[in-house]
Ligand binder design. Structure first.
Ligand code: S3P
Length: 446
């Protein structure tokens, strides 16, 4: 356990390069390992989660090296070419790592055992086991469909048409990845649009992926047994990581920050839309495309925020950003109402409970529902700040850790998190980067 303390801070100013997108980094390594030839990846997120994926793909037979300049090279095995690992694959803290990998393994005639840390071992895997089982993979899992589990994939998985019971990009991606080895078309129908990085990247590598709006929802289909060819990839800065610096800049008076090359894929942009509705001065400059993904330079200036009601339909496009939105809401004037948050209960921790508990400990009034959260903002004409002065349990959850450090910067008294190590999963160097911009984040408890 490595506690970190955020002290009330002055304005944040300057420019900072946010680490690479976690979702895209996992997919680049995985799809690169399935392709023929060389994939070069620039800007890969070198966080724990992604490094576990690199190790797993290496254990399955891909060759992966990091050059001294930070470029990663992957030499894939070709579709169906992965080999059985000699060891248990430990995906650490990463739900994306384990669920996407299960999709890949479901389409290979190999047996592998997967596990993870205490957080990941508590998370539901039945959501991928059920559809992948229909495609022909076999699973032996711990009670309740939890890790550790063993999968034996199918040499020739059956194509599937599957309607997702929950809006989950991980489940969608797992099925599409298994469908790569199936003869014919595998179709996933989403109840609400979720991040489409797998679809964009599969196309980038040469697969045929179609998207159709149907009465039932969006139908995404992949045609099996494509020729996947190694490609260059440039990973945008992660909008989910940029969210912490952005919210900190908005709530610390006098701040102005520039974050270059941030991913602005519309399926990831829900937080930014919500912050703009709250009155935030955010602009997206120099919009461009990078390896099939839209990016822009994000500029954030501090200013007063107003509470809003966030529509439930927006949840998939900002699912990882509710903790930090709740921090912005705590500093805003008036109530912020968030609905459709059921999935937050099965993330790296029960994020809905963790956010509500943490805000209350920091003196902020909240109403926690089964799948909703209301935050009563402390901001307003008196310039009220959240009282802070609390110690927060992060429960192996990087986003809870970073969100409450951001709150501490804008609070009346310091906020301590019990353990900063989980931050390494998604945002290595977070405290250093924030400190360089002017934040007071220190090791230890006061
Ligand atoms: C992710 C999808 C989301 C998100 C996670 C990354 C992905 O999870 O919360 O951090 O890369 O596909 P769900 O698919 O469970 O919604």
């Amino acid at each position: 356990m490595r506690p970190l303390t955020a002290q009330p801070s002055e304005a944040l100013t300057g420019s900072a390069r946010i680490p690479g997108d976690k979702s895209i980094s996992h997919r680049a390594l995985m799809i690169g390992a399935l392709a023929v030839g060389e994939t070069t990846i620039r800007g890969l997120l070198e966080g724990e989660d992604v490094l576990r994926t690199a190790e797993a793909m290496t254990a399955l037979g891909a060759e992966i090296v990091r050059e001294a300049d930070g470029t990663w090279r992957v030499w894939g095995r070709g579709l169906g070419g992965l080999t059985a690992p000699e060891q248990v694959l430990d995906l650490g803290n990463s739900g994306t790592g384990v669920r996407l990998l299960l999709g890949i393994l479901a389409g290979h005639p190999v047996t592998a055992t997967l596990t993870g840390d205490a957080s990941l071992r508590a998370r539901p895997m039945a959501r991928v086991i059920a559809p992948l089982g229909e495609m022909g993979a076999r699973f032996v899992a711990r009670d309740g469909g939890r890790l550790p589990l063993t999968v034996t994939g199918a040499a020739r998985p059956s194509p599937l048409r599957y309607r997702l019971p929950v809006a989950s990009a991980q489940v969608k991606s797992a099925i599409l990845l298994a469908g790569l080895n199936a003869p014919g078309r595998t179709t996933v129908i989403e109840p609400a649009p979720t991040r489409d990085h797998s679809e964009l990247m599969l196309r980038h590598f040469g697969a045929e992926v179609t998207v159709e709006e149907t009465e039932d929802g969006r139908a995404i289909a992949v045609t099996g047994q494509p020729e996947l060819t190694g490609r260059p990839i440039e990973v945008p800065a992660d909008p989910s990581s940029a969210a912490f610096a952005t919210v900190a800049a908005l709530i610390l008076p006098g701040s102005e920050l520039r974050l270059p090359g941030v991913g602005v894929n519309p399926h990831r942009a829900g937080l930014y839309q919500t912050l703009q509705e709250m009155g935030a001065a955010l602009s997206f400059e120099n919009r461009r495309e990078q390896g099939g993904e839209p990016v822009a330079d994000l500029v954030a200036r501090a200013g007063p925020l107003e509470g809003v009601e966030v529509p439930a339909a927006r949840a998939p496009s900002m699912i990882d950003e509710y903790p930090v939105l709740a921090v912005a809401a705590a500093c805003a004037r008036g109530r912020t109402v968030m609905n459709g948050l059921g999935e937050l209960r099965v993330k790296e921790s029960d994020r809905l409970a963790a956010v509500a508990r943490g805000l209350v400990a920091c003196g902020v009034e909240v109403e926690e529902g089964e799948d909703s959260l209301v935050v009563h903002g402390r901001g307003g004409p008196g310039g009220g700040r959240p009282p802070g002065g609390a110690s927060i349990e992060t429960g192996l959850d990087h986003r809870i850790a970073m969100s409450f450090l951001v709150l501490g910067l804008a609070a009346e008294r310091p906020v301590t998190i019990d353990d900063g190590t989980p931050i390494e999963t998604s945002f290595p160097g977070f405290a250093k980067l924030m400190t360089a911009l002017g934040a007071k984040i220190e090791a230890g408890a006061p």
